[in-house]
Unconditional design. Sequence first.
Length: 114
Amino acid sequence: LSLWGVAAFKVAYIAAGFLFLMSICLASTFGLVNTIIQERAPNHLRGRVSALTSMVFFGLQPVTALGLTSFADAVGMTRAMLIGAPIYAIGALIVLAGPGRKASAPQEASQTPS
């Protein structure tokens, strides 16, 4: 919604408010992702899993930035943001509701009666 708001509103104060909200949401998301990775990775692999996650994230950023800026050059920045916002929302809903969410959840310790 914040990305859409930045693109849709031409008034600088309103767009700045959406931009502030988007930066808070992204910072929270990145922190939450790193926390979940740290909690779910086995102790002996935690450093390797975190390094691989960072490498994939920062390795894909330049490639996607080139693709997105090429798309924005073709259709315009405002239109690219208005198109990208619902695509991002749909992708987030797929990840949040997908089957992988339940499959990778930490398993509860089973209680055995004594």
